[in-house]
Design a protein around this ligand. Structure first.
Ligand code: BG6
Ligand code: MG
Length: 211
């Protein structure tokens, strides 16, 4: 068997929190009168919070001081966390849980590789708090995707060399990060069209064909 571990992105792969990110950023954009839509939101996938704000502000970035930007990012996170509070185990799709269980039963290790500082809260909300062998997230990295740091840390935590890890991503930046980490990758959702991945998935269970 080629792979010993699978590293999953969280937002947009394990659960639909990518939509909550969109809703929270949209609220900020409306408040300050900046145009924001789902196409722009797709560019924020995998990117850290402050970098995301810069993309949202675009040409208007110079109008805001660093302090004003930090306040906007904090406010966005407050809106976002209000949405996360509504999440329960019902928000974990049974097909996704079943797929994870099968991969585990086949003897592979499972990790999360997410740029989010809210990853542990989300895992708790959906009942996967103690499920993964390693959680590498926004709280332990200094550079977000497309930098490979988050995946290299996951691989080190698992004790599995990068070439034996497979990354699952919905973000172009995440696929670039996997490549930079010398890991194979599988794309789902928005990332499929980038053509950067080794495998293209329609649903997460398609992954079982390659493991
Ligand atoms: C990633 C999302 O998982 O986490 C990005 O795809 C988000 O859209 C990033 O900006 C940081 O998330 P958070 O929860 O720390 O603001
Ligand atoms: Mg994602």
């Amino acid at each position: 068997m080629k792979y010993q571990a699978v590293i999953f992105d969280l937002d947009g792969v394990i659960c639909h929190t990518d939509h909550y990110h969109y809703l929270a950023w949209k609220k900020i954009a409306d408040e300050i009168g900046v145009h924001f839509d789902k196409t722009i939101n797709n560019r924020l996938r995998g990117i850290g919070r402050m970098e995301s704000l810069e993309i949202l502000l675009g040409a208007r970035s110079g109008e805001f001081s660093l302090q004003a930007k930090e306040e906007l990012a904090t406010k966005k996170n407050e809106y976002y966390r209000q949405l996360l509070q509504t999440m329960t185990m019902q928000d974990l799709d049974p097909e996704i849980k079943k797929t994870l269980d099968i991969i585990k039963a086949r003897g592979l290790k499972l990790a999360i590789g997410s740029s989010s500082k809210n990853a542990k809260l989300i895992l708790k909300q959906i009942g996967l708090e103690n499920y993964f062998d390693a959680v590498s997230d926004g709280t332990i990295i200094s550079r977000s995707k497309p930098d490979p740091e988050v995946f290299l840390k996951a691989s080190a935590m698992l004790g599995v060399k990068p070439e034996y890890c497979l990354v699952v991503e919905d973000a172009k930046s995440g696929l670039e990060a996997a490549k930079a980490a010398n890991m194979d990758s599988a794309a789902i959702g928005d990332a499929v069209k980038s053509g950067l991945a080794d495998y293209q998935l329609k649903t997460l269970s398609d992954l079982l064909l390659y493991l």
